[in-house]
Design a binder for this molecule. Structure first.
Ligand code: AMP
Length: 125
């Protein structure tokens, strides 16, 4: 079920638990600002999630409340993960679902990084 993006941050969400190391993940990158791990239910040959270390519900929350350093660090981390996975030359796609119409299910900001094959149209119709 999609989340309500106006709700306060829930410290018990599954990505908060992954950040704290309370549940396992296939972690492939981490730095001061962000952590990246493989999606448990991949929708493409490469499907990696990048999340900020800070407690932000969504892109909306992050863009409104995060510090300039957090935003810069997170954006750079997404780029670093794409480069580390060799996605730049063949190309890739970034996606951040927000709230109900976006179909966001986990209430901790995450950017999906898709690649490893031609990805087709941007949105299925
Ligand atoms: P969204 O619909 O944008 O909120 O996407 C949530 C994503 O999190 C989905 O692609 C799920 O497959 C993924 N996901 C859920 N639980 C886990 C987990 N424990 N480890 C890795 N990915 C997960």
């Amino acid at each position: 079920m999609a989340i309500d993006p106006t709700q306060p941050y829930d410290d018990g969400n599954i990505f908060a638990k992954i950040l704290r190391g309370e549940i396992p993940s296939n972690r492939i990158y981490e730095d001061e600002w962000a952590v990246a791990f493989e999606d448990i239910n991949p929708q493409a040959a490469v499907h990696t999630l990048v999340i900020p270390r800070g407690a932000y519900v969504s892109w909306d929350d992050f863009s409104a409340r995060a510090s300039d350093a957090e935003i810069a660090g997170f954006v750079r981390a997404v780029g670093a993960v794409a480069r580390a996975k060799g996605l730049v030359e063949p190309g890739y796609r970034l996606l951040a679902n927000v709230g109900g119409h976006g179909g966001q299910e986990v209430p901790h900001l995450h950017v999906h990084l898709f690649g490893g094959e031609p990805l087709g149209r941007m949105i299925a119709r």
